[in-house]
Each structure stands twice: as C-alpha cells, then as structure tokens.
Design a protein around this ligand. Structure first.
Ligand SMILES: [Zn+2]
Length: 234
C-alpha cells in the first residue's frame, strides 16, 4: 500500500501491478496533495528501476467498464519521456495529452476541462523536459509549415528567458535551452489558470491543483513545481 492507501501490488508473489483500474471510490478518496505524493513516489520508482510488471490483460478487461483517472498530464511529444512509465502508472491511472513543446492551446484546455469536470481528475500537470527539440527550434526561430505557428507558442518563454540569462542565449547552450523549457512550463501553468475559468475556479475551491514538472533526461527524475507563483518547488 502507498501512503495514500492505493494498493499498487495485490499480487506480490509475481510482482504484478494491480489487476483492477482505479475505481470511482478510490478516485473520490484521493486529495490533490495525495495524488502529487503518488506521482512523486511513482517517479522515484521509475528512476530507481523499480517498475512492477503490468497485468495488462486483466487491466484491459477491467478498464472496459469505465475510467476514473487521478490526474491529467500535458507532456511534450518527445519519445524519450514515456509519461505513464515516468510516474509508474498503469492503464486508467492518468490522462496524458501530448504535443510538441507541451504547449497549451484551446484544444488542450478543453481536454483538461474534460478530464477534471467530466472525469473528476484532481491534478493538472504541465510536464516539460530537458534537451527539448521544440524549445531549441523556438530559440532558433525555425519557420516551416505548421511548425511555425506551433513554435510561436513557446516564443514568450524564449523572450522572458533572454531578459534574465547572462550567457550565450542559443539553442546550442544546454543551460539556456533548459531555462526556456522550465519557463515554458511556468507560463503554461499560468495560461491554464488565465484561460480556463473552469479550472481556475476548481483550483481556488481546493478541488484540483495545477502544477508543473520538469523531466531530467539524464536521471529520469521529475522536479515538481507545486506552487509556481511562490517559486516553491520540491
Ligand atoms: Zn520536447
């Protein structure tokens, strides 16, 4: 059992992850803080190579009856960030929205509102990552087809980062690329609060939490930004 009471292994002899998806009762019992703890613990297990084997046939059968995911995570497209694995989650645990540069647009906002209102997920996370190709191209000003419009949504993070970065502000500088990536997460969280009154109200009322995260490409560890406005992170 985890500290939040969700059974992760009900078949310890074979080291299989649970055979039933998250139920409505389990989802209802979880608070946003509890879910953040579960995600943190899952990420530690991922980084420590402690992922359990999944009993997918059983989970698939059980999932056919419905879904009650605990969180919605907006991730980049990058193939090196396998979101469910990164948080040691199985079928039915989390919604995952993916788009290059983990940008927030109206369709992503609608998806998040669907996740939190219709399906009662309680944590919204924007998950960026190091060495992000979309961020690099936004820094370089790449223009090509629909990519141009997509990258324009990362431009505010590039502009803000340039004002506070002292070194070489180019796509070749890993330090600058990651600074823009983190800034892009922070601005993404702010955009969700500003452009989704529904999610903002749920957060003010304590029903959900909107947080950021940044995946380290070298360690597999996620840095959590739980209170972006106050700069608090863990
Ligand atoms: Zn990326």
């Amino acid at each position: 059992m985890t500290s939040c009471g969700i059974e992760k292994n009900n078949n310890t002899e074979q080291n299989l992850i649970k055979t039933k998806v998250l139920s409505q009762a389990e989802q209802t019992a979880l608070t946003p803080d509890c879910i953040i703890k579960i995600l943190k613990k899952g990420n530690q297990e991922f980084a420590n190579n402690q992922l359990t084997v999944r009993n997918n046939p059983d989970l698939i059968r059980d999932a056919a009856n419905g879904q009650f995911p605990m969180a919605v995570i907006l991730s980049c497209l990058d193939s090196r960030v396998p979101v469910e694995d990164v948080f040691h989650c199985a079928i039915g645990d989390i919604f995952v929205a993916r788009v290059a540069g983990n940008i927030v647009n109206v369709d992503i906002l609608g998806s998040m509102e669907f996740a939190c209102v219709a399906s009662e997920a309680k944590v919204v996370m924007v998950l960026g990552h190091g060495d992000c190709g979309a961020v690099k191209h936004a820094i370089s000003g790449t223009e090509l087809g629909n990519i141009t419009e997509m990258l324009s949504k990362i431009s505010p993070a590039v502009a803000q980062s340039k004002t506070e970065f002292q070194g070489e502000a180019t796509a070749k500088n890993t330090e600058f690329v990651d600074l823009v990536g983190i800034k892009n997460v922070v601005l993404g969280v702010q955009k969700i609060r500003e452009q989704s009154p529904i999610l903002a109200e749920l957060e003010v009322n304590g029903k959900i939490k909107i947080i950021g995260g940044f995946y380290d490409m070298h360690t597999g560890k996620v840095q959590f930004f739980e209170d972006i406005d106050s700069g608090k992170c863990s």
